[in-house]
Design a protein around this ligand. Sequence first.
Ligand SMILES: C[S@@+](CC[C@H](N)C(=O)[O-])C[C@H]1O[C@@H](n2cnc3c(N)ncnc32)[C@H](O)[C@@H]1O
Length: 315
Amino acid sequence: MPDVRIDQSVSPAAHRAGMLAALEAGRVDNRFHYVGERSAAMWRALASSHSPAHADDGLAAYDDAARAALAALPAGPVHVIGVACGDGVKERRLLGALVSAGRDGISSTAVDVSVPLVTAAADAMASVPGVAGADAVAVDITAVTDLSPLLAPRRPGVRVVTFFGVLSTLGPASLAAAMSLLAPGDVIMTSANLLPDRPGARDAVMAQYDNPPTRAWLAAVLEDIGLAGAGDIAMRWDESADSPAIVGEVTPGEPLAATVEGVTVLMPAGRPIRVLQSFRHDTSGLELLLASAGLRDVVACVSPSGEEGVAVAVA
Ligand SMILES: C[S@@+](CC[C@H](N)C(=O)[O-])C[C@H]1O[C@@H](n2cnc3c(N)ncnc32)[C@H](O)[C@@H]1O
């Protein structure tokens, strides 16, 4: 078993307070979608079957980005830190690329709000031959935006901080947590779901969400808090913010009681509960985000379909 440090921000009390506040605002935030063993397992199955990032198309962008990161790295030890890394599949591939390129002195740390996922990620990252083990930190990066004390002391060499698949749901402000780990010369890699500018693109993207496994995963999240009877999840495009987003909402036909660790909150009939919100970006927006955060040498790698963008930059 990997060494998993649990930050206070993922304590049962913090989880309960955060979930109750979100429910009162009519949402089940993304950070709650992965914390249970069952929902974490369902998401892992879903990601491997439906995420474009896991298919050849998406992997091409991640592999190009790994090459760009390698080109930006100075000689010496490398510490790969996967922030909001899920089960660490992408970090495992990156670590493999570093080893294949002849790098040594590679270590890794998994960081995520989900204890089941961060544990799986550390196992996956440590399984790469040539990587000197992996540890893990469970932390809520919306509550703790300066992660540096949790990753202290700094290891010798350069850091590669990954922040994959999260901007779309947590928003651009969440980049601050990944940025907090960087010193000058460190490398950051981040990815975003893109909306290609071509006919049919919206339908293709919607199909990645509006499908039985995604509905089952979100329904399990609702069931875990007593909202199994809330009804069908309606998926639609939402244009009300700066970027288009896919949202999924469920509207109870009658008042329902959600229960979070013994505390009950009444969800009124007729008021939508937002269970999914995923913004789409474009490549220039991704590059601009990194450049305006003060990063340099920004390189954006886009998958052949134009649906996945992975950017690399130097602090
Ligand atoms: C869409 S998954 C992406 C996982 C992985 N990076 C990938 O690209 O496959 C989103 C990940 O962000 C994590 N996450 C969501 N909210 C978080 C928060 N507030 N703090 C830390 N991790 C969070 C989830 O637990 C999940 O592992």
